[in-house]
Design a protein around this ligand. Structure first.
Ligand SMILES: C[S@@+](CC[C@H](N)C(=O)[O-])C[C@H]1O[C@@H](n2cnc3c(N)ncnc32)[C@H](O)[C@@H]1O
Length: 203
């Protein structure tokens, strides 16, 4: 599949493609720490020796010149380090009616959803939203799990816009847990406050 042709929209000389940017890593093996192989190996069932080649093929800088890609942050299990992680996991795996629902805002490749699923959370309780429309498909290619989620669980939209907020509310809400990781710093203070108010609304 020629992802390059389909996904690349920036011209070749666009500054975002520069390999001088601090978030570009020239070598995957230098940037991949052992803990980052957890999801590809345990969730996607990619053999240990094949993780680097697989990641390089489907989520390389050439395909997606973005900080989360250049630094391989999409392989970090950020939520795992959150002080409330165990509480979140317990809430999501304890049977209740209706089942609790988890929403990741600014989810990138939805790696935290995969991490929760690999820890035993039923995938239909998990959703993510991001402004970048290709992440859903690239996420499936990285994690090889298209058959595990429905497309309604990946909501594309600008979390600052009312339209996206409405679709989040209408699609699945109310949400039991809303997760933001490395997200608020993108915005100025006014927009950070708007995002937080909307998170409260979604809850
Ligand atoms: C720094 S990344 C963090 C990704 C992930 N949460 C993590 O912890 O690695 C920020 C993410 O927010 C998304 N994003 C930026 N502005 C957004 C907006 N207005 N609405 C929704 N998502 C947005 C970006 O596309 C990107 O995937």
């Amino acid at each position: 599949m020629d992802l390059t042709a389909e996904i690349i929209t920036l011209p070749n000389d666009h500054p975002a493609r520069s390999k001088a940017l601090p978030w570009y890593n020239s070598s995957i093996s230098g940037a991949l720490r052992p803990s980052m192989s957890f999801l590809p190996e345990n969730w996607s069932k990619i053999r240990a020796g094949e993780v680097e080649a697989h990641i390089h093929n489907v989520a390389s800088w050439k395909v997606l010149p973005r900080p989360s890609i250049g630094k391989f942050r999409f392989l970090e299990q950020v939520l795992l380090r959150h002080p409330s992680y165990e509480q979140v996991l317990t809430a999501l795996t304890t049977r209740s009616t209706p089942p609790p629902r988890f929403l990741d805002i600014g989810a990138c490749l939805d790696q935290d959803l995969r991490m929760l699923a690999s820890a035993g959370v039923p995938t239909d309780q998990l959703s993510g939203t991001d402004i970048f429309p290709k992440f859903e498909r690239i996420g499936h290619m990285v994690f090889r799990d298209e058959d595990q989620f429905s497309s309604t669980q990946f909501i594309c939209g600008n979390s600052l816009s009312h339209d996206a907020q409405d679709s989040l509310r209408d699609t699945r809400g109310p949400w039991s847990i809303v997760h933001l990781s490395m997200f608020l710093h993108i915005f100025d203070l006014d927009d950070q406050e708007r995002v937080c108010m909307r998170v409260m609304d979604l809850l």
